[in-house]
Design a protein around this ligand. Structure first.
Ligand SMILES: [Fe+2]
Length: 142
């Protein structure tokens, strides 16, 4: 798998959200790294936990700004976020029950990385465009 990293093509044009995406991708990369390098179950569970916590924080922040700016796609967008959260909690369950299997390590790429990168490029970018068209700026401090 190629390196899991934020690159400029993932920018949504909103600094606050870009910074959060960088952090989210970092947590994803940490999880991948701990699975690939065969770290112990406690370490893997804790990196997954950091990822889940940060995902919740970040999705809430995005949804808050969408609601505050009357974004018409809010409900659809929320459903996608819920889907990703469900994937994460399924993985967490799988890790508890089966341990760090190869299947789990492989699913990071297909279920998390691909989903997130596509979501950012297509779905979050649309929110960035919406704000730009409306001339709305979101302050960096949240
Ligand atoms: Fe999003």
């Amino acid at each position: 798998m190629k390196e899991i990293a934020w690159t400029m093509d993932l920018s949504v044009g909103i600094e606050l959200i870009d910074e959060q995406h960088k952090m989210l991708i970092k947590h994803l990369s940490d999880l991948n790294e701990s699975l690939q390098s065969g770290k112990g179950p406690t370490k893997i569970a804790s990196t997954l936990n950091f990822l889940i916590e940060y995902t919740n924080f970040h999705f809430s922040a995005e949804e808050k700004h969408m609601a505050a700016n009357d974004y018409p796609e809010l409900e659809n967008h929320k459903k996608m976020h819920e889907g990703f959260k469900t994937t994460l909690s399924n993985l967490e369950e799988e890790l508890e029950e089966e341990g760090a299997t190869k299947m789990l390590a492989d699913s990071i790429d297909t279920l998390l990385v691909k989903w997130l990168f596509e979501h950012i490029r297509e779905i979050d970018v649309a929110f960035g465009k919406y704000l730009k068209e409306k001339g709305i700026e979101i302050p960096n401090e949240d």
